[in-house]
Every structure is written in structure tokens, then in C-alpha cells.
Design a protein around this ligand. Sequence first.
Ligand SMILES: [Zn+2]
Ligand SMILES: [Zn+2]
Length: 314
Amino acid sequence: MSELRWHPLLRQWVAVAANRQDRPQMPQNWCPFDPGSGRVPDDYDVYLYPNDFPAFSEEYPPFSPETDLFHATGARGTQDVVLYSPDHNLQPSQLTVEQWLKVIGLWTRRSIELFAISDVQYVQVFENTGVAIGVTMPHPHGQIYGFPFLPPFVETELRSASDYEKEKKRCIYCHILTHELEAGSRVVSENGSFVAFLPFFGRFPTEMQICARRHFQKLADMTEDEKNDLASLMRTVRRKYDNLYGFPMPLMMMVRQSPAKGDHPYFHFHIDFLPIQRSQKKLKYLAGIESGCGTFLNDTRAEEQAAILRGTPG
Ligand SMILES: [Zn+2]
Ligand SMILES: [Zn+2]
């Protein structure tokens, strides 16, 4: 069981998941995600695996957003693991376009299910990759959280986009994308439906965004052509990242869609890639200024990194 505690100074929820400390050490030569493990089907392409030690679960008491001091509430939500492939040793950058298409299909189907659950306010599809990020399981996988509240960065981003729409009468993401396409210096790769660029304001080294050309809000809004184009660009981006320094790039990938409840026409679907490798030999650590102040020091310039990535095989 885990619970949510309100941080009254930073005004955000902290998931206190006592049970996660009890996670057993996995046997060295056994992977629960492998066909034949008894935990997954013997034959699968992509697979949704319920997290064995979730911070958020439908079994937990309901979330009630009371923010009194010393108040804890239920962490009712969902937490799944998305297996990208039955092949234990495959890197995400080695997935074919067809396989990415299956992964995107699974993200979409699960998002639609979670949007319909009354306890779920936000569906976060994401991936942590690399030992440097703290991922111990090499099997290619991502995760999906169904949050019972809007996480703080999501809330801030929604407010920014909503305010921009009200003040300037246009979508902030469309505006940024138009500018990036005109400037060109930070664009890495593009196709008919999506553009990959390094944001001017990126916080992480070689941070990248895949932004939809068309203004839409969520995975379920994508046309078949858009799904194909996203799968294709996903493969290109992941290959470029892993070819940049000649080894798999440790990174976090965040698929940003509109909240599960309500209408959010000002929001615009995109995917953020947050790598932590700042050079071939050096990692970026989130130290005092980043973790303690929330201000990021980025050791790379988007324009220079974009130029290098454009010339990197994808
Ligand atoms: Zn495995
Ligand atoms: Zn837009």
C-alpha cells in the first residue's frame, strides 16, 4: 500500500510507497518480461504488464484532495509496464517502425481505457531507459501511470498554454513549431505529420521534442497516417540518440497528452525526450540547483547539438 502526502510548502503531492522497498531482488538470469517466464504470454508482440509494486493502484483507497497539514490520502490510480518486444536484449533504438506502431497502438488503447476511469485525471505514458537513470531491467519497456491528480509540471504547462491562448488567441505549441521550422537551426528531423527539434529553452542536455504538425490533443486523436509517421520518427530519433555517442542514450521519454477529464482545446500533443548524458563521458546529475531550486543548468546548446544530430545516422 502507498499513500499520498501533501507537501504544503511546495504545494504538491508526494507518493509515499513503503512497499516498494520490499521489492525482491530479481534472480540474475531470470526476467519476468520474457516469454516462458510464466508471468507473460509465451507468445506476444507488445504486452501490458501490471506493475507488481505500484505507487498508484485501483486497489488503494480513493484520492481526496484535502490539503491540511499532516494529511494523507489514498493513492488510487493505475500503473502499468509496457513491454515493447519479447526480445530481452533489444534496445528501443533497434525496434522496427512496425514494432513502434504496435507500441503506439498499445499506448492509445490503454489511454482510452484510462481516460474512462473516474479516478484517473492524467495519463502519463513514459519511458526510463539506461542504468544511469536507475533502470535495472534491460528488457525494452516503458510505463503508463494513471494519476488521480494533475502532476505539477503538467499543471504548469496547461496553465501556460491556456493563458497564451487567451492572451494571444493562438496555440503556444503551434507558434513555437512555426518559429522552429522557419529558423531551422534546432530542427533534427521531420516528416509529413511530426517535427523533432531541440527546444530553445531545453533543460536537459540534447533535450528534444517531437511535436505534431496538426493541432490535436491526445494519442486517440491520431489518424493512421499520423501513427505511421510517429512510429517512423520515433525510430529515427532513438537511432540518432544512440548513435550520437556510440552507446544507448540514458533518457526519459514523456508522452504529453491532454488531461483525462474536461476539454482542453488549447493543448497540443507532443513528446519530450530528456537525456542525462551531457557528453560522451559525462552524465548530467540533478544536483542542488536543479533539485533544490528547480533551476536547470544546461551544459549543451540546442543549436550546436541539433547540427550534430542532423548529421548523425537515424
Ligand atoms: Zn527480458
Ligand atoms: Zn497547436
